[in-house]
Ligand binder design. Structure first.
Ligand code: PHE
Length: 351
């Protein structure tokens, strides 16, 4: 019996080792845990056999069994950990993303990747504006101080810079390169590169040295709109924003513009929409006003036109910019925007 038990333990160890090597999903590994060391696992069962071992040999066999138990457990758990890490750190390290997805779904069947809520929202916004006749443009996330500030009528050391807490890059010439604090520098690039008239929207990632809270992220997304043509007026701006609001949120959501200040637009406005949580009745989220601020807007300042060589006597235009993360938060009534920047699969898989 003792001989036997000895051999049985060794056989189970080898069997477990081979099966772990072949297992390629978390489900397989869970099965192995119960098969070998679970309540009715084969190694667990052998523990009852110990009773039949002669007392002088019991400590040795007992020890052998214990070690086998621990090493099989460790081997399975190690592989579970490795698979989990490869799922969690999956970062597109595959040449072909579809290969990556295929691998993930063999590791954990049923886990199929999908687009992040912010990307989905961006696509819907792009689609909405494309249908309104706008083109989509993009610009770099690392910007020059000139594009992000100066050309937008914010000279160096101007107090208005305080509106954007900026991450500067550590380069040879201090404060010349930065992570863009808004998508407005793309306006400048589009006006320099494209011929007139311009009807464009510019989505993209932005950065601010802000402490993240329920309604702010340090890395977030904006979409900028720019129209430059002859005879463009403030009512075109108001009409565009209202058309967009209704196309995106539905007919019962209205928009309004309130006076505000931005250095690159004159006059400037903040644009607000009916609070999507209470539908305008007033609630905690909208501080009982029935309105939620979504972004900024205004008529392009003549100084901005001059910076890019457009004649403000001949052309006029409007611009607007708003947060995509904020929009997703509004549409889905998310209590905390920070969830959008975390990678909690339980949250992300809901969208
Ligand atoms: N860029 C501004 C911001 O991020 C928003 C804005 C865009 C305001 C366009 C007016 C015109 O705060």
């Amino acid at each position: 019996m003792t001989e036997n038990l000895n051999q049985m333990i060794e056989n189970i160890k080898v069997d477990a080792h081979n099966k772990v090597a072949l297992a390629d999903s978390l489900t397989d590994l869970d099965d192995l845990l119960s098969q070998f060391i679970g309540k009715k696992g084969s190694l667990t069962n052998l523990k009852t056999e110990l009773r039949n071992v002669t007392p002088d040999l019991r400590p040795t066999i007992g020890k052998q069994l214990n070690e086998a138990f621990q090493s099989v457990k460790a081997e399975i758990e190690e592989k579970i950990e490795a698979l989990r890490t490869s799922i969690n750190t999956f970062d597109g390290g595959f040449e072909d993303l579809t290969v990556g997805l295929a691998q993930i779904s063999t590791i954990n069947p049923g886990l199929v990747g999908h687009m992040h809520l912010v990307s989905q929202t961006t696509l819907i916004l792009e689609d909405t504006f494309l249908r309104m006749g706008f083109s989509i443009e993009e610009g770099p996330e690392i910007e020059t101080d000139w594009h992000n500030f100066e050309a937008l009528n914010i000279p160096p050391s101007h107090p208005a810079r305080g509106m954007w807490d900026t991450f500067y890059l550590d380069t040879q010439v201090p404060e010349t390169q930065l992570l863009r604090t808004h998508t407005s520098p793309v306006q400048i690039r589009v006006m320099q590169a494209k011929s007139l008239p311009i009807y464009s929207v510019m989505p993209g990632r932005c950065y601010r040295r802000d402490t993240p809270d329920a309604r702010h992220l340090a890395t977030f997304h904006q979409i900028e709109g720019l129209v430059v043509d002859k005879g463009i007026t403030f009512s075109h701006l108001a009409g565009t924003i209202d058309t967009f609001t209704k196309a995106y949120f539905g007919e019962d959501i209205n928009s309004r513009l309130r006076p505000a200040f931005f250095p690159f637009t004159e006059p400037s406005a903040e644009f607000e929409i009916t609070c999507t949580i209470c539908r305008g009745k007033g609630c905690r989220t909208c501080s009982n006003t029935g309105w939620i601020e979504l972004g900024g807007a205004g008529m392009v300042d003549p100084n901005v036109f001059e910076a890019v060589g457009i004649d403000p006597e001949e052309y006029s235009g409007f611009a607007f910019g708003f947060g995509i993360d904020r929009l997703a938060q509004m549409k889905h009534s998310l209590p905390d925007m920070r969830q959008l920047a975390e990678h909690d699969f339980r949250f992300l898989s809901q969208f």
